[in-house]
Design a protein around this ligand. Structure first.
Ligand code: PXL
Length: 275
């Protein structure tokens, strides 16, 4: 039986249920060996905590990659999330080129913004560098805010199909082969995922839950990666990831002390059953 091994590159937020502390358990639960390359170590994530520590691991990356090259270590897929610096993005592009097996997919979550705003540590220079990383993507997995930054389009909370089509077209023009656009809502009470693959548009709509929690983008991209690497089609992987994320948000409803992330653990069983 084939036993896929992937690499995920994103930060370790020690507390906050996001990035590697989410990706590692979720992708492992999908039955996929998960290697990690931490982009930075933070005491907490940056959305809502103040005074967090931040250790950038950019300068460790070339030596790690060199060692892997000596050991001929290659992966059946690389999935990137929150990165540590603009300079690091260049190293990540090299790592995808040198360490992804022929035909293995690069899944890029340009985790840098939400609700119309960049995360605290990022600026326009970072956005420009992220466009270069998205050019290497087999699947780019942005939310609408990230897509707006990547395409220089206005961020809107109400829009029509023409706005989304333009966004997808511009993401493809950047070089991304396929687009998984999250949080696309065409009517009140519902939201969904646009899957643009091989030039074809598909949409999966699901209920919108008002208790939006932090870290759901990471939960979504991790579940999508796990399902895709397990051989699901992009549309099915996108659908499984959406259903799983909704379940995680439901688990967290009414939990005021748990504002910093979604309780993804109790729903892992549901994810495994969907695979
Ligand atoms: O969930 C995305 C994310 C990942 N890592 C860190 C973050 C955020 C979002 O704010 O701050 C450090």
């Amino acid at each position: 039986m084939s036993y896929p091994k992937i690499l995920t590159i994103q930060d370790i937020s020690c507390v906050g249920q996001c990035s590697l502390t989410v990706a590692l358990p979720i992708i492992s639960a999908c039955g996929v060996e998960t290697c990690i390359l931490p982009s930075a170590v933070l005491s907490t994530h940056t959305a809502g905590f103040s005074g967090f520590t931040f250790r950038d691991l950019t300068d460790d990356m070339p030596a790690i990659s060199k060692h892997w090259q000596k050991e001929n270590i290659k992966f059946d897929g690389i999935y990137t999330g929150y990165l540590g610096s603009t300079k690091q993005i260049g190293y990540v592009i090299d790592i995808i080129k040198n360490h992804n097996k022929d035909g293995a997919k690069a899944i890029i979550d340009p985790a840098m913004a939400d609700n119309g705003k960049l995360y605290p540590l990022f600026d326009q220079e970072y956005v420009e560098a992220m466009k270069g990383l998205c050019a290497c993507a087999d699947y780019v997995v942005p939310n609408i805010t990230e897509a707006a930054f990547l395409t220089n389009m206005e961020y809107k909370t109400e829009y029509d199909r023409a706005y989304i089509d333009k966004m997808v077209e511009k993401l493809v023009a950047l070089g991304a082969k396929n687009v998984i656009l999250t949080g696309v809502s065409y009517r009140a009470g519902y939201t969904g995922i646009v899957v643009f693959e091989n030039g074809e548009y598909n949409y999966y709509e699901h209920e919108f839950l008002p208790n939006s929690c932090h870290g759901t983008g990471d939960i979504y991209a991790s579940a999508f990666t796990g399902a895709l690497v397990r051989g699901k089609s992009a549309f099915n992987a996108a659908k499984i990831a959406a259903d799983y994320t909704v379940e995680c948000i439901k688990q967290t409803a009414g939990e005021e002390n748990h504002w910093y992330g979604a309780k993804f653990e109790p729903a892992l069983k549901t994810l495994i059953e969907m695979l």
